[in-house]
Design a protein around this ligand. Sequence first.
Ligand code: MSP
Length: 500
Amino acid sequence: MSDNFFVTTPIYYVNDKPHIGHAYTTILADVLTRYHKVAGIPSFFLTGLDEHGQKVKQAAEARGMSPLDHCNDLAPRFTDLWEKLEIQNDDFIRTTQPRHVQVVQAILQKVYDAGDIYCDEYVGWYSVSEERFITETEKDSGEFRDVAQLKEKNWFFKMSQYQQQLIDYIQKNPEYIQPEHRKNEILGFLRQPLGDLCISRPKSRMDWGIELPFDKDYVTYVWFDALINYVSAIGYLTDDENFNQWWPAVHLLGKDILTTHCVYWSTMLMALGLPLPRTIFAHGWWLMGESKMSKSLGNVVSPLDLIDRYGVDSVRYYLMREMVLGQDASFTMESFIKRFNSDLANDFGNLLNRVSGLIAKYFDGSIPPPSKQQGSDKPIIEKAVLLEDKVKTLIESMRIHEAIEETIVLVRCVNKYMEMQAPWKVAKTDLERAGTILYVATEALRISAVLLSPVMPSKTAAVLDILGAPGSKAQWGQLQPSTQMQTHTALFPRLEIPEK
Ligand code: MSP
């Protein structure tokens, strides 16, 4: 089992342009990967597109295109957005790629040969929008659209026989499904007898999928196909060395696709005799104010519009700072602007302006040396020295908003320290002491910038460039005295709340 960090996002359906929900999980994976890289842990970040199945086929039909042409046409909307969002994924898988198709078919054959796939006639309720057979209780819940009764011959995966093994695993591995309330939700689901999983679709009804290797009249059910991306991309059955280097993964996903990951995917891996993922982490939903974002309500936030207006780093910052992982969060322009103004303009940006202005004024822009420290410097130095470990622990337990807050707390403390120490007054009588104060403040700012760099890669790189410390680490003392600072304009000018 690898100790390296392998993180995945869901692979997104290519049926529309990406929205804020897609952007959120992808930024989250990117931020986690960058934090691991800062900590020196080898990391691999996978994302991609889910290109088979009914939803994609219908979207293609609506545009009068073949499904593959439609996917080829829309895929760049995702990759272009990832580029704009400064996402540094290591791989981008599309389920129509031969490297994936080949592994899906090999897995199907393997599970079939092991006797875990059988053929049966099935009569049941089918939800076209969810693309799966649903239970009587689910049908009666009214939560499913386009429900029809279907009777057809299909292929089934013996999911039910792994039910107890899965329950035992979840109970023995409390980190497996997170957060805790999602684990309980799945354990609750598993209290009912688990059925077998229908993993085929007759081509006569739906032909856009991967053909079953043992029955040419059927394609694979889109979820059975899609989940396999997590192992096909890293070389399962094709490149053992690479596969063993990365597996098992940390899967990030929205709460709506928890069951498919925790139940379908876990039992599929059990059938293959593979270790289960390290963690399945479900985040909540971005709501638009209080309501769900939906195309029909016309309130879907476009990540591109936000980036164009406010810059990529502020969008990344807001999304990471505002959502408590695991809970829903409410998106409003007002909270976006408030967050920007308080944390980035007033705290972080302001500290940079202050130290660079004073160093320019009293030291010709050359970083002053720290001479004798005084008792009043200690709390700042201690906080800054401890911050890296604190952030690391918070990131490991997926408390990203707290890791960011801890870093901004240091920045706030430094701003207070500046007010108390008033180096602009001290400079008039004791230039050496003023230099020490400014060194302490600037060094703490530099460490905050390093620790915020996974969230705001561009702006923090600009700060480090201004301080003449590009590529420096989060350890105290890396800011070099006598380095010439660069002049700059305000990096985070305050935003006005737009009038309604
Ligand atoms: N193709 C499947 C995933 C297969 S993974 C093997 C799929 N795709 S999706 O494009 O419909 O959704 C992808 C993700 O977007 C899900 O994790 C979903 O929770 C997330 N979100 C969709 N709307 C969202 C919000 N409003 N807020 C946060 N995430 C949301 O499902």
